[in-house]
Ligand binder design. Structure first.
Ligand code: NCD
Length: 344
């Protein structure tokens, strides 16, 4: 990404490692803001339109909370109660909403919908999931979580499990991880494999990928087990859904039995159904609740950057923009010990 201000976030293919480093530095600062002073006024006067055509708890509420914690306002629009019900097209809805807001977050059931919608608006549009396509902001928060858990991404073995065919989070995550020196392992029923087109793209980057149908001791080198829900809403054959849903269940016993590393981290984009036992919830290996918190910080960073209220080290700030290190200089807090001034 050459510049963040005004940019749409549609796909993980927009990102380089440098871009991720910049984003995660801002996300760290956002974490400091939330932990030490709860909120800031960086986005004061800005309005986010949260446009959701599919159910959501975490993505919609974390974007909503992110904007409120940055001092901005939020206009939530649900397809259920808007003119979408009368048959209005996505492009007309988006054209309408750009008249009232500064940034749009869109979740929609069709692959490619975010790209289409973005072509009809001049304000930044952030893809919050386009059907079984991509979920770039989830992948960004997933990698930020991995950095928080392991202090690195290079050298890790990541095993993705569940509905790898329909799960947009794993599509985006596998592709984004291919910017790092990682090993990827996929565990799914035959009929829910990671799509060939994604595997091919990742292979071209020189990343080692292996496929399995069972989670057993042959996967014990796993550092991160990324578990996903079987995506019921994308199935036409309910027998297949039931079969897949009964195949995997992560329990503390399973991790002991197959001698997984004691440092393993279990991640999940949530919502979780039966695929992770609640017995794991208070286990330090369970990172999925910490992962949700990371979502808030990364989404605060994405809003501040795309709205152009802050710039980053690798980018010259635009007129009126603040650099990351200036966030604290303009929003001082007694509790904060030192200003992180490594941005020069
Ligand atoms: C995921 C999604 O909507 O793709 N949820 C989320 O955004 N955290 C995963 C899922 O629904 O299974």
């Amino acid at each position: 990404m050459k510049t963040w201000a005004g940019r749409d976030i549609l796909s993980v293919s927009q990102f380089s490692r440098d871009g991720l480093d910049d984003l995660f530095k801002v996300a760290d600062e956002m974490k400091n803001i939330v932990e030490q002073k709860q909120s800031s006024d960086l986005c004061k006067g800005k309005l986010l339109c949260n446009l959701f055509y599919e159910p959501s708890t975490r993505t919609s509420s974390s974007f909503h909370a992110a904007m409120l914690r940055l001092g901005g306002s939020v206009m939530p629009i649900s397809a259920e109660t808007s003119s979408v019900k009368k048959g209005e097209t996505l492009q007309d809805t988006v054209r309408c909403l750009e008249c009232y807001s500064d940034v749009i977050v869109l979740r929609h059931p069709e692959i490619g919908s975010a790209k289409l919608a973005a072509s009809y608006t001049s304000i930044p549009l952030l893809n919050a999931g386009d059907g079984a396509g991509e979920h770039p902001t989830q992948a960004l928060l997933d990698i930020f979580t991995i950095f928080n858990e392991f202090k690195k991404v290079d050298g890790l073995t990541i095993t993705m499990l569940g509905d790898l065919k329909n799960g947009r989070t794993v599509h985006s995550l596998a592709r984004l991880l291919s910017l790092y020196n990682v090993k990827l392992q996929y565990v799914s029923p035959d009929f829910l494999r990671m799509p060939e087109i994604i595997q091919k793209e990742i292979k071209e980057k020189g990343i080692d990928q292996k496929e399995f149908t069972q989670l057993d001791g042959s996967l014990k080198e796993t550092d991160i087990l990324y578990v996903t829900r079987i995506q019921k809403e994308r199935f036409t054959n309910m027998e297949e859904y039931k079969k897949a849903n009964a195949m995997y269940r992560i329990t503390p016993q399973l991790l002991e039995e197959h001698k997984f590393k004691s440092t393993i981290r279990i991640m999940h984009p949530l919502p979780r159904l039966q695929e992770i036992s609640e017995e794991l919830d208070n286990d330090p290996r369970a990172a999925y609740f910490r992962q949700m918190k990371c979502g808030l910080y990364v989404r605060m960073a994405l809003l501040a950057l795309t709205l152009g209220v802050i710039g980053t080290k690798s980018l010259s700030p635009l007129p009126g923009q603040k650099r990351i290190n200036e966030i604290y200089e303009t929003t001082p807090t007694k509790k904060r010990k030192k200003v992180d001034n490594n941005e020069g």
